[in-house]
Write a protein that binds this ligand. Structure first.
Ligand code: NAP
Length: 342
């Protein structure tokens, strides 16, 4: 493709605006040329801050627009399937924020459409794969420095959540990132999940918070995922692999340790934007580069979006039943083989 990638944005809410900011102010090789939102006023307001973006009534109008080469889907999760399918039908690469879709059936419809198109056109917004600390951890695992991985612990801690947050959201909105990054780090799929509910945090009201999930992979690695979403002290992302010969843990991002007055301390990020700001930049630049090179998409795939949805559904069932629930995936189509995917 010659010149800048012309991006159409479906959904100009919080993350849509943040991605527009990075495309127009931080990254290179792309412009935003068309936007839409359920709120026409919001779309107008966002477009007013852009050089030459047109405002459209629907996502379908944006995707079909002749000034749009590629589509950024940042609307509500339940609307993703429709817009991702429309992008594939138009032969336009799509960056879809997680979730790829909110049901396994919808994810499979997207996979079927991509397979029929004969190539990958979709990247899903699993940005942790672009974080330096996670990349370092993956390099250590792949180099064999600590031997074969046996266990992996993934901690996901938020200072607090809005009143609208439900216990299921701790799985489908929060732990979904831990599921994806564990699949990617270990280059394996999950086979089953149990969810344990410890004593509740008094700050969580009716929420079952924290949760402890135990997942198994195909080779027998045990993965524990902790969600603590009312932990007050900060947004803290932990990860540690126990291998045969040693352990490897995520380093804190850009950390300075201060020693003063008899204590040693370091700052903890206050939210996910601060913790993963570089990873969001890097995932979107990677997508722009792939689109520019005519590669369609190279990052986290529709398969990854589907696999994450299957794990989330199983974990929600396990939460409500108290039982171990199997993770059953369909056979992986050949277009998703290789690359950075398990
Ligand atoms: P948000 O602030 O509510 O923004 C979503 C926007 O999409 C809203 O303005 C909404 O309009 C609009 N919208 C809904 N349905 C639409 C449709 N059919 N066509 C056009 N616009 C539509 O939500 P958000 O926090 O930005 O989240 C958006 C997506 O990004 C979600 O899937 C979320 O899970 C994902 N996300 C991912 C990460 C990450 O870490 N990767 C972080 C944050 C969000 P109304 O408000 O008028 O309904």
């Amino acid at each position: 493709m010659s010149g800048s990638v012309r991006v159409g944005v479906v959904g100009t809410g919080m993350i849509g605006q943040d991605h527009i900011r990075r495309i127009t102010q931080v990254l290179s090789g792309a412009d935003v040329t068309a936007v839409t939102d359920l709120s026409a006023d919001l779309a107008q307001q966002v477009a007013a801050g852009l050089k030459d973006a047109t405002v459209h009534a629907t996502g379908q109008d944006v995707i079909g627009n002749e000034n749009v080469d590629a589509v950024l889907v940042t609307s509500w999760g339940p609307t993703h399937e429709e817009y991702v399918l429309a992008g594939i039908a138009a032969g336009k690469p799509v960056f879809c924020e997680k979730p790829l879709a909110t049901t396994q059936r919808a994810c499979r419809n997207i996979i079927d459409a991509e397979v029929a198109a004969g190539r990958r056109l979709v990247q899903v917004g699993f940005m942790r794969r672009y974080d330096d600390a996670y990349r370092g951890l993956k390099n250590v695992i792949e180099a064999g420095t600590i031997g074969a991985p046996l266990m992996y612990y993934s901690g996901h801690r938020n200072p607090g959540v809005p009143d609208s947050y439900t216990t299921d959201m701790a799985i489908v909105d929060t732990a979904v990132h831990d599921f994806d990054v564990a699949r990617w780090l270990l280059a394996e799929e999950f086979t089953g999940v149990q969810v344990l509910a410890p004593r509740r945090n008094r700050h969580g009201g009716d929420l079952q918070d924290p949760l402890l999930m135990i997942l198994e992979t195909t080779s027998g690695v045990l993965v524990s995922v902790e969600t603590s979403v009312n932990i007050r002290y900060g947004y803290d992302i932990r990860g540690e692999v126990v291998g045969e010969d040693g352990t490897a843990a995520l380093a804190d991002r850009g950390q300075v340790v201060l020693r003063r007055g008899g204590t040693a301390s370091g700052a903890v990020p206050q939210d996910w934007r601060e913790r993963f700001i570089d990873a969001y930049d890097s995932e979107l630049q990677d997508w722009i580069n792939a689109v520019s090179a005519g590669a369609g998409a190279t990052g986290p795939s529709s398969w990854d979006g589907y696999a994450a949805q299957v794990v989330c559904d199983a974990a929600v069932d396990a939460l409500h039943s108290g039982e171990r629930v199997a993770v059953d995936l369909i056979e992986k189509p050949a277009i998703y083989a290789g690359g950075q995917h398990p």
